[in-house]
Design a protein around this ligand. Structure first.
Ligand code: COI
Length: 356
């Protein structure tokens, strides 16, 4: 059952290597789950050490009904992407950042975590084993989803006695159904995503279940997604369900400061650096909901959403629009630099990409 036998069949020539691409519609990738060939599984027992990770055929996993993740939500996830370059080589974007973020989250959730090296090696192995699922250059990317979960059985509330680190992948295109067209957000003023001292700043699975109710209600009303406010003052912007937010006014780009209730996005961090390198002034600070009223542009960032322009935001029934139905100039510029870097189309002066 070697992963390599999949690559010995030849048909499409993708530059330096001949591989058989998976037979799917590469021109219409959205952000739906598509099962691929292999997943990576590594366990950690009571000694706290992860070892003997291996690639397995992708499929369902067995979990005790009493596992920590199913009963008490002891779980984290990560998200990163692999791109196929025009020369056929593969690029990962800042995988060690995801590894480090998983370590921080694991500490908060009382879980052991793989080392940065174990994480990055596991990502590489999973991507290479599923190479035929990486979209052709320019058609999308391979979304990589590492999970860390309390897989051991517990009944009383306590950290699980055993943990599983698992990585699966899926080819993806645009996250929002709008494609690259601007999204329409609604500000949520009753439900909150995170609280001070809570887990909003780490990528725990429960943070995402917590936004489903507001998100579903917003979608039912025709909005693309929800923008959350801080739960204390109900005045400062936090983030959108699955991404961070940026507000542009002239040459200044502001984004809510990371203070425990906001997920420290790797795309957020990268866009701050890209924007500064392009001559913008970037401010990480408290950003009020009123600032949305006279912003020139608003955009979201995330691994899944990349850089998504916001076309309108509705707050307490009042709608503010940005741009003229298209990508604002600043969002377009930042999107273009970031994605060209990620796809290996421009020199990677920041040393962010890892070529496989
Ligand atoms: C990502 O952008 O990778 C995320 O983890 C967000 C997720 C809700 C799709």
């Amino acid at each position: 059952d070697s992963p390599f036998k999949l690559f010995s069949v030849s048909s499409h020539t993708l530059s330096n290597e001949t591989i058989q691409l998976a037979d799917i519609d590469w021109d219409n990738l959205g952000f739906g789950f598509c099962p691929t060939d292999y997943m990576y599984v590594m366990k950690c027992g009571r000694d706290g050490n992860f070892s003997k990770g291996e690639l397995q055929r992708f499929g369902n996993i067995e979990l005790s009904p009493s596992s920590g993740v199913l009963n008490y939500g002891q779980g984290l996830f990560e998200g990163l992407k692999a791109y196929r370059k025009q020369d056929g080589n593969i690029l990962l974007f800042r995988p060690e950042e995801n590894a480090m973020r998983m370590q921080v989250g694991a500490e908060r959730m009382c879980m052991p975590s793989p080392s940065v090296e174990q994480f990055v090696e596991a990502v590489k192995a999973t991507v290479l084993a599923n190479k035929r699922w990486i979209p052709p250059s320019g058609k999308g990317s391979l979304y990589i989803r590492p999970l860390l979960m309390g897989s051991g059985a517990v009944l009383g509330l306590a950290p699980a006695p055993e943990y599983t680190f698992l990585i699966y992948v899926s080819p993806v295109g645009n996250y929002f159904k709008e494609g690259i067209a601007p999204i329409n957000l609604v500000v949520e003023h009753e439900l909150h995503r995170a609280t001070p001292g809570g887990t909003g700043g780490v990528k725990t699975i429960g943070n995402y279940a917590a936004v489903l109710k507001a998100q579903s209600a917003a979608k039912a009303k025709g909005y693309s997604d929800v923008l959350y406010l801080d739960c204390v003052h109900k005045r400062y912007l936090e983030e959108v369900s699955s991404c961070n937010i940026f507000v542009v006014k002239g040459n200044v780009i502001s984004t809510p400061v990371i203070k425990g209730t906001i997920l420290p996005g790797i795309t957020r961090k990268s866009i701050i650096d890209v924007a500064q390198s392009q001559g913008f002034q970037v401010e990480e600070r408290l950003v009020t909901v009123e600032e949305l009223l006279d912003a020139d542009e608003v955009f979201c960032t995330g691994t899944a959403v990349v850089v998504s322009p916001v076309g309108s935001i509705t707050y307490l029934g009042k709608r503010v629009s940005y741009g003229e139905g298209g990508f604002g100039a600043v969002s377009q510029q930042l999107y273009s630099v970031l994605t060209q870097l990620q796809m290996g189309l421009i020199a990677d002066k920041m040393n962010w990409t890892l070529e496989l």
